[in-house]
Ligand binder design. Structure first.
Ligand code: SF4
Length: 411
């Protein structure tokens, strides 16, 4: 960046991810593919003076096209794919006598790292399913590249996210599986991550009149999503979405009306709990946002040995979920709750506007499984759509042998 160039000592190093995207766009050998996370479209408009929560999906896609994108795909499709695997995994766990319970969501890198460092004993509980971004990228570099006769080495996958932690998530080696498919070393599934704020600044820098952009739509084959994919951007969304599909996977019937909307997990409370009946099973579930709330919840349930009563727990590191992520347009303190609620309402509205409510109903998802993956949890699905975690408690130094209950860092 400019600072680094101007610093006489070369001491300031700034990550310039937008600069890397621009370089890729200028390289005629590269095919630049963007995917946009669910919460970006309800935050981006604020950077251009629009009301909080304004739904700018069409202008967001148009702006990426104006910036030179070769393809624009929707991470909401990735969210549907995550649910296909994660809900299948959930019902497998619920019925198994040996799989550790509860299942913990794994789509938030802030939470995943928190478990790896502070609660490594819960690593077997983390869903092995990749996050929506990290699940879509290998599918782009394998199936999409193959069916469109594109050399995967030319593809530069760029994700646009509300999340600063995704910048390190995409570097995890265990999240890159397309290289093995093409027998190519060093291929990363997602190449670059930019935030909502970085995209907004770039649009301004290029003097693109955001207001005046005509709505555009996502490219096929990863452009359609169910309502379940759309609500991933707020706390409780992954849970509600998973239940819509888990119900179908277990009973063979569409989830009943009381599942949609599933009010007990909606809203800005830090911890939301419910009991849900799916067939012969009653699942105790919780949706938590904010790592402080997660820490308290785990400490309490470890202390009285009640964690295993739960079947499924969703945790998002940011209060309210990704709509309140660190890469979203900044909000002044007294406005935070109001703005977060407006962004949440906007995502639920887009869910209401779609007839396809559950991930398994998405026709593009069906096509991907029919043509490439087979079934959820198939060998190929396991290879490309699932990941592993590592105990990172050594980062705590001498405190690593302290149990979570007595760990002063966990207070
Ligand atoms: Fe990123 Fe926050 Fe969303 Fe977690 S909750 S994925 S840290 S934006």
């Amino acid at each position: 960046g400019q600072c680094a160039a101007a610093c006489p000592f070369g001491a300031i190093t700034e990550v310039n991810d937008v600069g890397r995207v621009k370089a890729a766009l200028q390289d005629p050998d590269k095919i630049v593919i963007f995917q946009t996370a669910p919460a970006v479209r309800v935050g981006l408009g604020e950077a251009f003076g629009m009301d909080p929560g304004t739904f700018v999906e069409g202008k967001m896609v148009a702006s990426l096209r104006a910036l030179g994108a070769n393809y624009v795909f929707d991470t909401d499709f990735g969210a549907d794919l995550t649910i296909m695997e994660e809900a299948s995994e959930l019902m497998h766990r619920v019925q198994s006598t040996t799989s550790p319970k509860p299942q913990l969501t794994s789509c938030c890198p802030g939470w995943v790292e928190f478990v790896e460092i502070y609660f490594p004993q819960l690593i077997p509980n983390l869903s092995t399913t990749k996050s929506p971004i990290s699940i879509l990228s290998p599918v782009i570099k394998t199936w999409f590249a193959e069916t469109h006769k594109i050399d995967a080495k030319q593809i530069v996958n760029v994700c646009v996210t509300p999340c600063t932690a995704k910048k390190s998530e995409i570097m995890r080696p265990q999240l890159s599986s397309s290289g093995a498919y093409w027998k190519t070393d060093g291929m990363q599934d997602t190449d670059i991550c930019i935030t909502t704020r970085e995209l907004a600044a770039w649009i301004k820098e290029e003097n693109i009149d955001f207001d005046a952009l005509e709505d555009s739509t996502f490219d096929k084959v990863f452009g359609e999503s169910s309502g379940g994919g759309k609500i991933f951007g707020n706390s409780g969304g992954v849970m509600e979405s998973a239940l819509r599909s888990a119900y179908y996977f277990h009973t063979g019937e569409k989830a009943p009306a009381e599942f949609i909307p599933f009010e007990p997990v909606r809203g800005l409370n830090g911890v939301k709990e419910a009991d849900v009946t799916i067939g012969e099973h009653t699942l105790k579930i919780a949706a938590i946002s904010g790592l402080g709330n997660a820490r308290k919840f785990l400490d309490t349930h470890f202390a009285d040995n009640t964690l295993t009563r739960y079947s499924f727990i969703e945790v998002m590191a940011c209060p309210g979920g990704c709509i309140g992520g660190g890469g979203q347009p900044l909000v002044k303190m007294p406005q935070v709750k109001k703005v977060q609620q407006a962004r949440i309402d906007s995502l639920y509205q887009s869910d209401s506007n779609t007839n396809v409510k559950a991930s398994w109903e998405n026709p593009e998802i069906k096509e991907l499984y029919d043509d490439f993956l087979g079934n959820p949890l198939s060998e190929r699905s396991e290879e490309f759509l699932h990941t592993t975690y590592e105990d990172q408690s050594e980062l705590l130094g001498p405190m690593k042998h302290v149990t979570p209950q007595t760990n002063p860092m966990s207070k």
